[in-house]
Design a protein around this ligand. Structure first.
Ligand code: FAD
Length: 566
């Protein structure tokens, strides 16, 4: 081994055994962080990212079972659903963040945290290459390498600009706490600029034109927050310019909030109209300069909109480190890391991916179904009896909840009727059905299946699911509890991940929120706003942030929002 141990950094007592770890140097100068040979043999588990997925994983993991290291460029978790509230000072930035070290300190076992960015994953040698945050000088170049036995990738996603020229240079994003703080400053700056003397009317109007590109939940919530801030808190302070303020939402699709129920979409559009927020649907932004946003409608007519401040919120894209990892492992044509229902990155046994950087690869349904048929069609006749099909379907449904849902919805018409009729009827159970016919019916499932949304709700549930699998690894290796394996003998160790949807909110301003709850239950108005307050207060990661957020809301009710721009 060409790696020469340099010095022992720390010796700590953990879980009854002596834990030691050392730092050595690789051939190319980067430090290597590794466990010492004297440490009790625990598998090295590396977690990349401390967002919703990573934090939920860490909170639920039994840290004493593994040698855990966490790498993330920010040493805190942020409660992203309240970021739009930070942009206008409804809630303070500090109230929605929790230091990672506080979270891991509460865990049993020792979990080490490195504030750094992973820039390369090497699945062949099971190493991740990291770079300390800018300004940290570690062995000259700030690089170090971490070995793993298991890797959990939870690095989230970046804002997607669709390569539109000028967006990165001139628009704000709303992804991180720093972004929300910058937006807050920029809103106040626009108001102050527009108040200066000797400004032409045109310039004054331009400075007061706020633009939101993207009519999804984040863009709409920000537009609503901004409207409330400008009308409730700022109008009295800037009486001369208040009438010139304009808020415009630009959306490429036909409606805003298109992922919500139609009733919510139309309520939001009508409310925005009443509030004077202009919604331009069917427009695609093609260029952003320092003073103008250029957009094109469906008939290819180009319009220029002079603006003072713009927020770009058109969805998420792949981080460069994930992109290059996907290229290495043959997933270059995908939008996010493809995993199976156990969160394992396809083709890599010990690498898991969660949250916004991953997607459970649904097309695999059809590949698996073909494999299941092969096994079921023992006599190679190309047909299965109804009884055999029912068994096959039971197996498929255990693996794929979306297929189960689809079958329940009876969307497969004749086939489902046939299967239902056959129940309990022994003669019909022997009736044969061609595999091709069955496959064609199931092929519709793939075209209907939707990917899980990129939300905190999904990320947190995946983190919790995976941590529980890791906690029971030994137990489930001895007594597997998952469905039968299609390739190879025996059962899967764990039951597959199943997402439970608890509903979604769309705050629309003026103390009104739209809520889409399970069971097709829609609620819009002030009562949902109170539900929103209670859910978001209860979902805080600690009692400290819960208390801070509630006190911020109370402060806002009594004194209004602060408009000092600090
Ligand atoms: P993130 O939470 O983004 O975490 C990614 C982590 O990876 C971070 O810690 C980051 O620092 C780290 N990281 C990044 N690069 C590297 C690297 N190179 N090496 C190591 N670590 C790295 N969802 C909802 O369900 N409800 C909502 O109301 C809601 N509102 C939202 C409002 C806003 C403004 C935004 C931006 C998002 C909102 N979401 C909401 C979506 C939700 O925040 C995401 O789906 C969720 O954060 C995804 O979790 P994640 O862990 O995959 O990624």
């Amino acid at each position: 081994n060409s790696m020469v141990p340099k010095f022992v950094v720390l010796v700590a007592v953990s879980g009854g055994g002596v834990m030691a770890y050392s730092e050595s140097q690789s051939d190319h100068g980067a430090s290597i962080v590794e466990s010492s040979e004297t440490a009790p043999k625990r598998k090295k588990l590396v977690v990349l990212g401390t967002g919703w997925a990573g934090t939920s994983f860490l909170k639920n993991l039994d840290g004493s079972l593994y040698d855990v290291q966490v790498v993330s460029p920010r040493n805190y978790f942020s409660f992203t659903p309240l970021l739009p509230s930070v942009t206008c000072g409804t809630v303070e930035a500090r109230s929605i963040v929790e230091p990672v070290r506080k979270i891991i300190k509460k865990k049993t076992g020792e979990i080490r945290f490195w504030e750094a960015e992973c820039f390369k994953i090497d699945p062949v040698n099971k190493k991740v290459h990291c770079q300390a945050n800018a300004g940290t000088n570690l062995n000259g170049n700030g690089e170090f390498v971490v070995d793993y036995d298991y890797l959990v990738i939870a690095m989230g996603a970046r804002a997607n600009t669709f390569n539109t020229p000028g967006v990165v240079e001139h628009c704000h994003f709303l992804k991180e706490v720093e972004d929300a703080q910058k937006i807050r400053k920029s809103v106040i700056e626009s108001l102050e600029k527009a108040s200066l003397p000797n400004l032409s009317e045109e310039e004054r109007k331009r400075n007061l034109q706020f633009v939101i590109v993207g009519g999804g939940p984040t863009g709409i919530e920000f537009a609503a927050e901004l409207h409330d801030f400008l009308s409730e808190d700022v109008s009295k302070l800037y009486p001369n310019i208040h009438d010139l303020v304009r808020i415009t939402v630009i959306e490429a699709g036909e409606h805003i909030l298109s992922m919500f129920d139609k009733r919510i979409t139309s309520f939001a559009e009508q409310k925005f109209k009443r509030d004077g927020i202009e919604v331009k649907t069917g427009y695609r932004v093609t260029n952003v300069s320092d003073k103008t946003i250029t957009m094109m409608d469906r008939s290819k007519t180009v319009t220029d909109l002079p603006y003072g401040m713009a927020v770009w919120s058109t969805g998420i894209g792949t981080r460069p480190v994930i992109r290059s990892f996907m290229e290495q492992i043959g997933q270059a044509d995908r939008r996010a890391l493809a995993t199976d229902e156990w969160m394992r990155v396809q083709g890599l046994d010990n690498v898991y991916a969660l949250g916004d950087c991953a997607t459970i690869y649904q097309r695999k349904v059809m590949e698996d179904i073909s494999a299941i048929f092969k096994v079921a069609d023992k006599d190679n006749s190309g047909t299965l009896t109804i009884k055999e099909i029912q068994d096959v379907l039971g197996d498929i449904c255990e693996r794929y909840p979306q297929v189960e849902l689809y079958l329940k919805s009876r969307a497969m018409g004749d086939l489902v009727d046939l299967l239902n009729d056959a129940e309990g009827d022994e003669k019909k159970e022997d009736k044969e059905l061609s595999i091709e016919e069955f496959k064609n019916a199931l092929a519709q499932v793939d075209s209907q299946v939707k990917f899980l949304p990129a939300t905190a709700q999904v990320a947190a549930q995946q983190g919790e699911y995976l941590a529980k699998c890791f906690n029971r690894m030994k137990e489930c290796e001895a007594n597997p509890e998952g469905p039968l394996r299609m390739r190879g003998a025996g059962r899967h160790r764990f039951r597959p991940f199943r997402y439970k949807h608890f509903g979604s909110f769309a705050p629309l301003g003026g103390e009104q929120t739209a809520a889409e709850l399970p069971g097709d239950w829609i609620s819009i108005g002030h009562s949902s706003q109170w539900l929103w307050y209670s859910v978001y207060a209860s979902k805080q990661v600690s009692w400290r942030t819960r208390a801070l957020v509630i006190s911020d809301w109370t402060r806002r009710f009594i004194f209004g929002r602060d408009s000092s721009g600090i």
